[in-house]
Design a protein around this ligand. Structure first.
Ligand code: SF4
Length: 331
């Protein structure tokens, strides 16, 4: 399962685009997509490709020659919508060139751009029909190295469309809730839509589309994978919501623990529980790799399912980090 993002710099501005891709690579981006609106952008792909280590997807609309130029520049994948590339001979030229370069094509259908005269108002069924019609165009040309995406802002529609597509074809599916919004609401919409599909085994790549720095997209995409168990981040932090039973400052402790884990990543993937009291605390803390369960101005330290010692609130974080440090070196 791969996390994709898209640069928002002008692709022809190679320096800025490279800086953005390098930052995204460091954040865990597996595949990068760049917009190719003109010949300068298509030409820039060659230099960009030479300085990055993740696959690059060229995103092309309307002009088939830009797809051909992007392939010549070394793009690893094309994202097109055959419906807006033009006549059959243009689509055929793109398919033939992609086959010669051994490059897959993602057919990307969005609810906002389906042909309403042909498919009616956007619906899951209309998205799938539109996408599969585009697939059939490529298949008739003998091209089957296809990835399909059926994105919509409407989460139930998007989920249903991908479910239907997974029943009707075997092509890899690229998941996304399109135009999901600003970071807060877009994160939630994307997590619900993409997460529901992944939890049912549907999807091969994903992009979280946010009106935000693309780094946020990668961060959210990685956390979605972490949440459905398809990837494990260096640390997973469990913390309780607190309630009237809590007698220590869990929010501050959990924040400090996260900061320390981010600053000094553990040697092995680890689950850390920060729990407020003895009701659920010992249970959660002992299920995690290491944890604390708060008491009155104090707390118990757990590791590998066993309670180790009780310490004062002021020492809880330091003592917890001692166990984090040991974890992965004491097996
Ligand atoms: S662990 Fe304790 S403090 Fe935290 S929510 Fe549960 S009962 Fe409340």
């Amino acid at each position: 399962m791969s996390v994709q993002s898209m640069t928002n710099s002008s692709t022809a501005d190679i320096k800025t685009t490279l800086a953005q891709i390098h930052a995204l690579e460091s954040a865990g981006c597996d595949i990068i997509r760049v917009a190719v609106p003109d010949e300068q952008a298509a030409a820039a792909i060659r230099q960009i490709k030479a300085e990055i280590s993740i696959p690059l997807v060229a995103d092309i609309h309307f002009q088939y020659k830009l797809a051909l130029a992007s392939l010549d520049s070394g793009a690893d994948k094309l994202r097109i919508n055959p419906g807006n590339i033009g006549s059959n001979d243009k689509v055929e030229a793109v398919a033939r060139a992609a086959a010669e370069h051994g490059v897959p094509i993602r057919i990307g259908v969005n609810a906002g751009s389906i042909d309403r005269a042909k498919y009616g108002i956007p619906s899951a069924e209309a998205l799938v029909e539109s996408g599969l019609d585009e697939v059939r165009v490529m298949e008739k040309l003998g091209f089957e190295d296809i990835v399909l995406s059926l994105k919509a802002f409407d989460v139930p529609m998007m989920i249903r469309a991908y479910e239907l597509a997974s029943q009707r074809c075997d092509y890899p599916l690229h998941l996304g809730v399109t135009e999901a919004g600003l970071a807060w609401e877009g994160t939630i919409r994307s997590s619900v839509g993409i997460g529901a599909l992944l939890a049912h085994g549907i999807g091969d790549t994903l992009r979280v589309s946010l009106t935000a720095n693309p780094l946020e997209e990668v961060k959210v995409g990685r956390e979605i994978l972490n949440s459905v168990g398809l990837w494990r981040r260096p640390f997973t932090l469990i913390s309780c919501p607190t309630c009237g039973r809590c007698a220590i400052d869990i929010a501050e402790i959990a924040g400090e623990v996260r900061l320390r884990l981010e600053t000094n990543p553990p040697k092995a993937p680890i689950t850390v529980a920060v729990m407020g009291c003895i009701v659920n605390g010992p249970g959660e803390a002992s299920l995690a790799d290491v944890g604390i369960a708060g008491g009155k101005g104090s707390g118990a330290i757990f590791a590998r399912g066993k309670m180790l010692r009780s310490v004062g609130e002021d020492e809880l974080v330091d003592e917890l980090m001692v166990e984090v440090e040991k974890f992965g070196t004491d097996t």
